[in-house]
Design a protein around this ligand. Sequence first.
Ligand code: ADP
Length: 491
Amino acid sequence: MAGTAGKFLRGLKARGMSMTALIALSIIAAAVVPLFLLTALMLQSFSQTQLDARGIDIQNQCMILSSRMSRSGYLTAEQKNNVALDSQMQSIADVYNGRIVIVGSNFKIVTDTFNLAVGKYYISPEVLRCFNGESSSAYNREMQYFSNALPIYDAADGTTVQGVMMATYSTENIVSQADRIWGSASLLLACIIAVVVIFAVLAARLLMQPLKRLQRAFDQAALGNLDADIMVDTYGDTRRLAQSVQKSLGKLRAVDQSRQEFVSNVSHELKTPITSIRVLADSLMSMDEAPVELYREFMQDISDEIDRENQIIDDLLLLVRMDKSADSQMKVEQTNINEEMEMVLKRLRPIAKRGNVELTFESFREVTADVDRTKLSLAVTNLVENAIKYNVDSGWVRVSLDADHKYFYIKVADSGIGIPEDALDHIFERFFRVDKARSREVGGTGLGLAITKNVIQMHHGVIDVESTPGEGTTFSVRIPLNYVSGQEVRR
Ligand code: ADP
């Protein structure tokens, strides 16, 4: 039965199980199976009790009869003296729908209430055992009859077995009575099952309604309506489910919004140099006889704007490439971080000098780590370059390197203009600039810190910033000495 149920459930699963059907089936099974078992059990115990009572009754009557026969010397007495006992025997046999046979010591039947077998021999294991003084009582379930074998003793000594009384009684009427009860019970059961089925289907539909509502809401969201109200708090489960989906939708909305913002920012950023070029070219063309020097100057400006456009495109491509799959983009190798830092600073020293900024490097120990050398130099270059760019005249930039057993730490501190507190949360966003004009003036694209943060995250490191406007800014970077791939981190 369990196997069939399992097969049925697997079939339902394969066809895409309907939860409504499953709930309805569960309710039906929970109500009907115990009902069936209870009815069957009650009927069974009813007929058993009836049979037991009948068995005891019959046995008692037979014992009374056999002891009377023993006392009155039934088997030795004259036929006419046994009339009373014979009629008692007949009436017991009639009342209990049975047959009583008295077997004499020569195994010949002396009396038979059916009057069919008088004078015939009756030899059976029960009779033989009874002649040895062993009475027996049995119930034949298949043929539905009781059989009792009781000894009839000699009246004189009371111990010698003179004959055997074999009594058989049919229990058919008890069984047919049970069958009749089962018949009416089945009718009642069928009515109850019908009610249960109707109730189960209605209850299952009612229970599933919140899920159906949830599904309709999800469908709305799938059609692109990310703001659809999907909260269904009928059950704790549906509320939690709706909350999870709401969270995912919120993230989708954020991604969608940031994508839109990014696209509009990119277009705007790319358009700015082109607009400048157009203005420069138009003004040149509107002049009838412009001197060659003016042409040169304007062409130089146009060339600068083209460089800027190029720079923005290069930075954008770099960011997009880094956004793809971090692991496959990484060329990790054992790197002497001190040497790498020295090289970055060497390249930036002329710019610092131009800005009259003092650039120093302090290393607390030799650090070797698994990093992508090119990307790390790019990240540090962006930080130091910013520290120089957004500095004051005669300012300073202090770069330091330290490590412990797990991480290495880079600090870039400057005495520059600082970053206002409300801007601190945004400086790592693409195209964010505190002062657009100043950034443009110093050749910024607004993508430098976004690239730096990406690189550090690709190394599973963190970057932090502290700043006081008018006093300076400190960027702190922490990167693990040993590179762990993204997959391993997730594991
Ligand atoms: P940009 O190309 O404009 O420098 P970044 O992404 O490198 O773009 O930096 C974003 C903005 O953060 C800058 O425009 C600037 O306003 C601010 N910023 C970055 N570094 C510093 C710093 N060391 N001191 C002051 N402001 C800074």
